[in-house]
Design a protein around this ligand. Structure first.
Ligand code: UDP
Length: 238
């Protein structure tokens, strides 16, 4: 029987991944499917932390492009991630998983503040922890927040869930001959400028030897297969 290669994982979910077929907002079919997958992992003894993006609602860069002050727009983006985190928490709890939302921006009426040791304690008890509001700082992304939280909580790997099944040498949507990597080094990701995650996040993972697995969130049980070392997606290592 296959065994898990990782015990504590940090799953990065983009806002786009929550959108499903729609062009905006949150698709309950997607959150319910995620809830089922995550429950199975937790039941198998895997500790699951999640960093959720906000691009399905608001991105700071988009606001800045329309003339907004960048930091102000980024705070709006961080608030969008809190909305996504609350939607996920609701789906997880309905699906039978205990789940905490910890925010990098204090919002005590709706969720807990992020406290690293408390987050680790929740994980040890088998509770899913959703890290909301990114890093709490403007000019960052939730990819970087995911790399940061993965390192902070001592995760064994960072899973980046996307709408494509790994890292390609060029955009597979526009190039029929795009080649998918099974494994690739952080260095190559950075030097080639591959659009897997932003360079700050990739460099943080490289400096801290945090393995990254990029996979397609839409495939049933992809997360579980990836955590068992099966060839799902692309693995980024030294
Ligand atoms: N954001 C930020 N600091 C952080 C994380 C996020 O300012 O540490 C803001 C930023 O404006 C970003 C938005 O929140 O555009 C939503 O996050 P992101 O774009 O990473 O979401 P995703 O693309 O994963 O849906």
């Amino acid at each position: 029987m296959s065994q898990y290669l990782y015990k504590r994982v940090l799953l990065k979910l983009s806002g786009e991944a929550l959108m499903g077929e729609g062009g905006y907002g949150i698709d309950p079919k997607v959150t319910d499917r995620l809830a089922r997958q995550v429950k199975e992992l937790v039941d198998d003894g895997i500790e699951v932390g999640i960093v959720v993006g906000g691009g399905n609602i608001f991105r700071g860069m988009a606001g800045a492009a329309q003339g907004m002050d960048r930091a102000q727009a980024d705070y709006m983006g961080m608030l969008a991630t809190i909305m996504n985190a609350l939607a996920l928490q609701d789906a997880f709890e309905r699906g039978g998983s205990a789940c905490r939302v910890m925010s990098a921006i204090q919002m005590n009426e709706v969720c807990e503040p992020y406290i690293r040791r408390r987050a680790m304690r929740h994980l040890e008890k088998g509770e899913v922890v959703i890290f909301a509001a990114g890093s709490g700082n403007p000019y960052f992304t939730t990819d970087t927040a995911a790399a940061l939280r993965a390192c902070e909580i001592g995760a064994d790997c960072l899973l980046k869930a996307t709408k494509v099944d790994g890292i390609y040498d060029k955009d597979p949507v526009t190039h029929a001959d795009a080649k998918r990597f099974d494994h690739i080094s952080y260095h190559e990701v950075l030097v080639r400028g591959l659009q897997v995650m932003d360079s700050t996040a990739a460099a943080l993972c490289q400096d801290n030897s945090m393995p990254i697995i990029v996979l397609n969130i839409e495939g049933e049980d992809n997360i579980k297969h990836a955590l068992m070392g099966e060839p799902v997606g692309t693995v980024v290592v030294q």
